[in-house]
Design a protein around this ligand. Sequence first.
Ligand code: ATP
Ligand code: MG
Length: 398
Amino acid sequence: MFPDRVLSGMRPTGALHLGHYHGALKNWVRLQHEVECLFMVADWHALTTAYDDPSIIGRSTWDMVIDWLAAGIDPDKATIFIQSRVPAHAELTLLMGMNTPLSWLERVPTYKDQIEKLAHKDLGTYGFLGYPLMQAADILIYRANQVPVGEDQVSHIELTREIGRRFNNMYGREPGHEEKVAAAIKKMGKAGKQYQELRTRYQQNGDAEALEAARLVLADCANIGREDRERLAGHLEGRGKMILSEPQPLLTEASRLPGLDGAKMSKSYGNTIALRETPENVTKKVRAMPTDPARVRRTDPGNPEKCPVWMFHKVYSDASTRDWVVQGCTTAAIGCLDCKQPVIEGVLAEQKPMFERAQPYLEDLALVRRIVADGCERARARADETMHEVRTAMGLVY
Ligand code: ATP
Ligand code: MG
């Protein structure tokens, strides 16, 4: 329906870590060669949790963009922009808020989780409840159909798809519309006949009473679900086309990279390795990683499945190194420090070209600012195209 387009973003809330890289950024780098990509600094999203201390946002934004460039994002291929510099995101968030059921937001799995996890913060705010809706607007405003994210974001992309679909059903039409309409009418049974007669009367004569009556028939019919009801409500008034995309998440292999302690790598857990962590720190941090707790002495055999270092081997080591680890660990032939050495080397090898690519940008911040200013301009133009259709579809062009 729409040309393939990718949108993804990250919150400027501190230095990027290997979880961000393996969970999302790696896919960004790959996708930029294949389809049109837009990558967003999600500063408004950072505000949803850092509203009481927003200074982190300004401090992290440029560094984060440099991290992206260091990871291999090519500004000639991808569009890099800042969310708050494309105010139309706020307009679409507001407009979509009109018909988004509160219950959809309340049941997003991360909502209650995060409130509990960040108990020291008051997240009982309108902004925090609404941020998945804002995220939906970020994606839908570009009619993106692929969203490369980590596993924790999948439920948000599902919600985005629901919101896009609801919008299309209410104000437009989805692919295979005719067939779905016909099937839904059939499901209605006797009431379907009534619905069709009333629809014809309304469409041919503009009979307002028939329109009202048809709506009642729809509301009273117990044979169809919400989606079919919305579809037939749209069909009743002969609505036209698909306005917004219905996007899919795109996951990497390591879509939930564990941290140094085995829990999900996250700034708030203090278990991260930064993307541009110094080699000395990488070595120190990996050497200090806990291992299989049952392996107390060097002579005790270990179980890789119970060891956070093994999870890093799965990401960083080839098959023969992994065989060496399993063999050596389970027979106590190697010690934990031996086992950690290839991981340290793997991380350092991955980071080396990143330091090199970051250098010119660190020396010339004006260059970074220019890249972002260009990106914001391109993003605004794209967003305006969609907003024109959205406003028209929602009856706001008069
Ligand atoms: P942190 O928890 O460290 O503050 P975050 O999750 O708040 O990070 P976001 O900006 O919300 O950071 O996420 C940016 C992207 O990185 C998202 O696509 C998210 O799914 C992904 N991501 C973050 N942590 C990991 C991880 N440990 N493994 C895989 N992907 C991750
Ligand atoms: Mg964050």
